[in-house]
Design a protein around this ligand. Structure first.
Ligand SMILES: [Zn+2]
Length: 308
């Protein structure tokens, strides 16, 4: 076998190994627009087997380098994503961007450490990670490399106060940090070249939105998102959509019902348990994972709205 043939054989073998690894993980990947690669997470509860693979994650390829957007809920998923990057391009990973602090979006960060990227997030992400680090290690240690350790939870070295543009070489990404909404560190990424918006968890489809920040702040963010000219939106959870306005309206339906219903219950002096059973129940048929997420949302809404 000549040198050229040997190189081809090596590449084929590397590809086969990656494909096999990805098939083993069931690691789906699509390219809904040029250079936009999305791995779709599964609609599972956070305590179910496979919970490390529930968020939509992916990467964007420029002429000079690659930006990874969220790294999944484990080192396993982070490595599968890294394998997918390498399968599609020889360009280096220059950025790993986290859309917010939640475990399903950040635990794969360390899989990219050897690429020496800049880790990018909302200005409040470092603090949010510092608060969560111990919890992640004790509750999600099995999703980290063994032995689980705090240094595997990688915080941003570059933060976004309001807006920042990253250049991937002929491809500009506009990052925007949001006031408290789904969480206190939500970041969106807009790729001007294809009109693609990665919403992080500001947008959920099919899976019931989980409130961990402010329901009032989230409704405000939805109003602003609705004004953006977007061709394609990649939500934090659920299918990619070409109709951002309709998707936002569906989510708003739930968050508005949650807000109005909770205010009603509070004004009638109902107990939290009664509120959980009554608030927004007409919305229940439209959403997955209602029973594991809605009670928590009602409790958060009560905390936020009881003193207004
Ligand atoms: Zn989240």
């Amino acid at each position: 076998m000549g040198a050229a043939e040997s190189r081809i054989a090596q590449r084929l073998l590397a590809c086969l190994m990656l494909c096999a690894a990805n098939a083993g993980y069931g690691f789906n990947l699509s390219e809904p627009s040029t250079g936009i690669f999305v791995h779709s997470g599964r609609q599972l509860a956070l305590d179910a087997p496979g919970h490390d693979d529930i968020a939509n994650i992916g990467f964007i390829v420029g002429r000079k380098c690659v930006a990874v957007i969220d790294s999944g809920g484990s080192m396993r998923i982070g490595r599968a994503l890294r394998g997918a990057v390498m399968q599609h391009t020889a360009l280096p990973v220059c950025y790993v961007i986290n859309t917010h602090v939640h475990v399903d979006h950040v635990l794969g960060n360390a899989a990219f450490k050897g690429d020496r990227p800049s880790f990018v997030g909302h200005a409040a992400l470092s603090q949010a990670m510092a608060r969560s680090r111990e919890f992640f290690v004790t509750q999600y240690g099995g999703d980290l490399d063994s032995p689980p350790s705090a240094d595997q939870i990688i915080a941003p070295d570059r933060t976004v106060e309001s807006e920042v543009t990253l250049d991937l070489g002929g491809r500009q990404l506009a990052l925007r940090a949001w006031p408290t909404a789904h969480s206190d560190c939500d970041l969106t990424i807009f790729d001007a070249q294809t009109g693609t918006l990665w919403t992080g968890d500001l947008l959920f489809l099919e899976r019931l939105p989980a409130v961990d920040g402010s329901v009032k702040g989230w409704l405000k963010a939805l109003d602003e998102l609705a004004h953006m000219r977007v061709k394609l939106a990649v939500p934090g959870h659920g299918p990619i959509t070409h109709d951002l306005a309709a998707s936002l309206a569906t989510e708003r339906g739930y968050l508005q019902a949650l807000t109005a219903g909770t205010r009603d219950e509070l004004s009638q002096g109902k107990s939290p348990q009664e509120a959980i059973e009554r608030v927004a129940v007409a919305q229940k048929p439209h959403w997955l994972l209602w029973d594991s997420v809605h009670p928590h949302n009602v409790m958060r809404a009560i905390q936020e709205l009881e003193w207004e």
